[in-house]
Design a protein around this ligand. Structure first.
Ligand code: ZN
Ligand code: ZN
Length: 252
């Protein structure tokens, strides 16, 4: 008995009629929007903090842990390949490969189909080499810090050395936690000693408010907030207003 693809009329076998819903492999893939895995993919990575841009969002990479860096990169590669071919795949990366990738070297990986997959799809991906490259760019935080576009400043006044060290430690921890390990006080803020205290310059007003409330919780302070117009914010299409929060110690 002759069998034909229900969509294009091509000759098909028993296998297709039983497993692919009477479609030839080509039509099956078109109907399910599957395509062959790409030969090359590139990941967008921040050249300063190594955050990865995935599906339009920047995701933190915790460089202090080799395992988490490697697994984050592996996930990013899988998600990028799956986005391009709509097939569920698996691959693994060694920490050495992750390191090479982050230092700008392309690597070649092998991917396999994951889970229970149609045998007809196996040849599409098994033993296929996929080249992975990095496109280096700057994440929003690094862009602001390197361009000195701070949205907010915290002025710490009247604290002694020891208190300032405590605050610096808390601010660092907050930035590390909030950024998932991508940033710390050196890469996510500017800590500047000035006459009478310290100015902490920050990329967003949000992080400044969090720092202010943290300091308020631990020290007796007098708080004064003010805004200053600072031109036009092209990215948001509205006037740029810079926030200053003055935190003056009441203990001195
Ligand atoms: Zn067909
Ligand atoms: Zn960055």
């Amino acid at each position: 008995m002759k069998r034909f693809c229900a969509r294009c009329g091509a000759d098909i076998g028993l296998f297709e009629s039983a497993n692919l819903g009477n479609l030839c492999l080509k039509c099956y893939m078109e109907v399910h929007k599957l395509s062959e895995p790409p030969r090359t993919i590139s990941l967008t990575i921040c050249r300063k903090c190594y955050s990865i841009k995935l599906k339009g969002r920047w995701q933190a990479v915790d460089l202090s842990s080799e395992d988490s860096t490697t697994s984050k990169l592996t996930q990013a590669i899988i998600s990028e390949i799956e986005r391009l071919c709509k097939l569920k795949i698996e691959t693994s990366l060694t920490s050495r490969e992750a390191y090479r990738l982050l230092s700008g070297e392309p690597i070649t990986i092998k991917a396999t189909l994951s889970g229970k997959v149609h045998p007809a799809l196996e040849p599409l991906i098994t033993s296929k080499d996929i080249e992975v490259k990095c496109d280096f760019s700057l994440c929003p935080t690094c862009l602001k810090i390197s361009g000195k576009q701070f949205e907010a400043t915290i002025q710490l006044r009247g604290f002694d050395e020891k208190q300032l060290e405590q605050i610096k430690f808390m601010v660092n921890k907050l930035i590390v936690d909030r950024s998932g390990g991508s940033h710390n006080i050196q890469t996510g803020a500017v800590w500047e000693e000035v006459d009478g205290g310290v100015d902490v310059k920050l990329p967003t007003a949000d992080i400044a408010r969090r720092i202010a409330s943290l300091v308020k919780r631990h020290f007796k302070v007098q708080v004064k907030e003010s805004y200053k117009d600072a031109g036009w914010d092209k990215s948001k299409g509205r006037p740029l207003r810079k926030l200053t929060i003055l935190l003056r110690s009441r203990n001195t």
